[in-house]
Design a protein around this ligand. Sequence first.
Ligand code: ADP
Ligand code: MG
Length: 700
Amino acid sequence: MSEQAKHPSVSEYFGCNVFNDTVMRERLPKDIYKSVMKTKQFGIALESDVADVVANAMKDWAVEKGATHYTHWFQPMTGITAEKHDAFITPAGDGKVILDFSGKELIKGEPDASSFPSGGLRATFEARGYTAWDPTSNAFIKDNTLCIPTAFCSYTGQILDKKTPLLRSMEVVNEQALRILRLFGNTTATRVSTTVGPEQEYFLVDKKTYDQREDLILTGRTLFGAMSPKGQEMEDHYFGNIKQRVSDFMKDLDCELWKLGIYAKTKHNEVAPAQHELAPIFTTSNIAADHNQLTMEMMKKIALKHGLVCLLHEKPFAGVNGSGKHNNWSISSNDGQNLLDPGDTPLHNMQFLTFLCAIIKGVHEYAPLLRLSAASAGNDHRLGANEAPPAVVSIFIGDDLQRVLDALENGTNIKTDQDLEFVIGVDALPNFRKDATDRNRTSPFAFTGNKFEFRMLGSADSISCTNTIMNTIVAQELCEFADKLEQAEDFDKALKELLIQTIKEHKAIIFNGNGYSDEWLEEAARRGLPNLVSTVDALPHYMDPQNIAMFEKFRIYTKEEIASRTDILLENYSKVINIEAMTMLDMTKKKLLPAAMEYGKKICDTAIAKKQLGLDASAETKLAADLDSNTAKMYEAMQALESKVNAAKEIGDVLECAKAYRSQVFSAMGDLRTYADQLEMLVSAEDWPLPPYSDLLFNV
Ligand code: ADP
Ligand code: MG
């Protein structure tokens, strides 16, 4: 094989497993291609004869690439993706088969998915949900299967997935943002889209070590484990050299993602040992959400090929940083503007300030929604733990923008670096220095030059919920602005008044200082900003009247759909803690206690033998006593946990049950772990049944 054939260029194979615009242009008759493009751009449904042609072309393309099956790929409320595979085969009557795929099969599927969580929306007897093709996201091939991105709804029209609300939220933000652009005299833009670049953190551990840990296998995190003598204190891992095995994994991963048309761009080591990050180039929210799901799936799959396991849990290890997912968010129009780019003309600055103020107002008014969009049992370990933003939502805008907002609010002038003075107004505004501000890493919601970075999301989360909420909030505020401004006789005057009023009323959400400090939590409380510490504190706010009103106004969710989502998420929380508690009990009974007792006996035997010989057995006696008391305490803690789990399980009310898991079970798990980890430090490595943190963190 020639060198060139061995190393095909990325530009050649990028997107080779995607039925994208280029493939469609090549393979579809011109008029059909045009209808598909219209569907993609304007969401107009495909005629059934057109769908037949598209389906057939898709099938031919997929079969040429070795596909035998197709699946409607969807995103139920489990937070991961689901697929049911159907072969293309149809009996030909002569004992043979032909390969067939109709427009009907492309557009609609019936997974009969009665076992997905629906939060009471769909009784099991009428379980039939259906999946509907989302033509804005390209079909692709994965594992010899043609995957068709789809939305998942019930027959009564209730949404059962994470894609549908995201698509709806993109529509409403489009409508409202266009109203604002028109007010600024823009007649060229016809479509406004939100864009997202999610930075994905993850851990890699050795598969053989992983296989020896029931906790990792069942829960994705270590439920026990004394800290390794070395952690992340040397700060030698962040951006450090990438180990060969990890580098091989990353290369393989990039290659597979590129084939799927995913713009995997940046890769590096993260702060904790064994922790890494992948960031793609941003794209429209819906595609970004699909791509992030695929990225997580590929990470897990490809790790296994390298004898590794990819951990996406938010806190796989106590004592070192956990993993998040930074959701970089912006909004752009199809005439080429990033609406969050401060720009370099006064008019655009004013337009930028309008969008900025809408976001500030929205985040202030709907902070609990953003907080709950990142709420999960796993993420509770991170938020507020001085490695991730606090649970208080605030906005960082940096010094430059702060000066501009101050000047606008106070009607004063500001000085620029060139020592030119500007009066803030519609006519003249200085150019902002782009991205000159120090990147505040402690803020949950930071302006980073021409986009906002939401840093609360957990690594395992789907980004759909956060972006649905983000888009809807912004649509809500833009709508309110547009309603006012469209009535105004003097636009410039009305705009200025509106922005000043918005800054005055909502500047409490802006905080440019250290979000990890205790003083900030006190200050935030004084400002009346909510501090929703845990998942069970945050989730009930889904049902706040103003949130229901907003979602219903923009037809994102009905009240019933929000109620079902709240229940699903709360139940999920209880289930996760329950599984963790049960796993701890199982491991304690079957592994840790026997090991501690066995080792205790060994030490006692040695002590007795030494004493019989008249030797000094003080070390053995002391160790035996330590082992004995810790073992007894571990046993007690185990019993306490068991009774708390049993009590929590009995609670019928979804919220009360989740609260019991949080306040009772979760804390009892902490107690049990304390004694187990102390025992791990006393028992010899040979006799302790679990591989230690040092193996997990440094042995890749
Ligand atoms: P950081 O210093 O946070 O790593 P980067 O410039 O590398 O900042 O960007 C991080 C992420 O933000 C990338 O995924 C990038 O594609 C994304 N991003 C950049 N511009 C935008 C935008 N306009 N909209 C959404 N995401 C964006
Ligand atoms: Mg970042």
